[in-house]
Design a protein. Structure first.
Length: 264
């Protein structure tokens, strides 16, 4: 008679794997078995955990009190430090303002004149940058003029405002120098195919000539300076005849200087 095979009985049912706990640590198989076999040990373990947590809380409360006093003291110290730093910052800002004002008073007219000349040079360069050169037709037509018109106006404004600022300061020699340099930059501006488009250029010439004439009338230059200015004015006459009144005024100043020299 064949032996009847009976299925073996498992000593203990194997539990399915437990999900991850909050700390994302999977419990091992032996820990699960030990918890099933020895429930008393689990309860004692939980009691130990509760006791340790209570001890930790008591220690935390004892440590928090002195620390809180120390924190309050440190906060007060930080507040005092911030107040001192603010006072130092205010003093530093005041010193910077006084230094800046002193620099403005010490600033020479030559530095102002150099800045105005650099501004004019930049505005002239912007005019030429705005003109498209990749066209098959002329780059001095109406289309290119419309591209450059805002920069031409900016150049004219620089001529007007720069000379006006020097006139208000009554720096007459710097007015003449600025006008002559601006005259040269104005002569280097593009001449357009349409004559009406050159109006801005002529307006710059007339403004600069008016500045020169005002400076000559308020403070006539010395003899050596007048001869140099007359030479430069005659060179500027090649670009525009608007400077003729300035030449006439200089010639009158030179005649008066020569007559006074002969009388003495």
């Amino acid at each position: 008679m064949a032996a009847i095979c009976q299925p073996r009985r498992a000593l203990m049912e194997i539990c399915p794997p437990q999900p991850k706990i909050a700390a994302r640590i999977r419990r091992s198989y032996m820990e699960i078995l030990s918890s099933r076999l020895d429930p008393l040990s689990a309860t004692s373990r939980s009691r130990n955990l509760n006791i340790s947590s209570r001890r930790g809380q008591s220690l935390d409360t004892t440590l928090i009190r002195p620390l809180s006093l120390h924190d309050d003291h440190s906060d007060k110290m930080e507040d005092n430090q911030t107040v001192l730093s603010k006072q130092q910052l205010v003093q530093h800002i005041k010193s910077l303002i006084t230094k800046q004002s002193q620099r403005q008073h010490v600033q020479t007219p030559t530095s102002d004149l150099k800045l105005l000349q650099e501004d004019l040079h930049l505005k002239k360069a912007n005019v030429y940058r705005s003109i498209p050169y990749s066209r098959l037709e002329s780059n001095r037509d109406a289309h290119c003029y419309r591209k450059a018109f805002p920069h031409l106006v900016a150049f004219k404004v620089s001529c007007q405002e720069g000379g006006r600022a020097l006139l208000q300061r009554e720096d007459w020699d710097s007015v003449l120098e600025h006008a002559l340099v601006a005259w040269r930059y104005t002569s280097e501006l593009p001449q357009w195919d349409t004559s009406s488009h050159n109006t801005v250029r002529e307006q710059c010439f007339s403004v600069l000539a008016a500045h020169c004439l005002t400076s000559l009338q308020h403070q006539p230059p010395l003899l050596s300076r007048a001869t140099e200015l007359l030479r430069r004015f005659k060179m500027a006459q090649v670009h525009s005849s608007i400077i003729v009144p300035c030449i006439q005024e200089l010639q009158r100043i030179l005649r008066q200087a020569q007559e006074s020299a002969t009388n003495h």
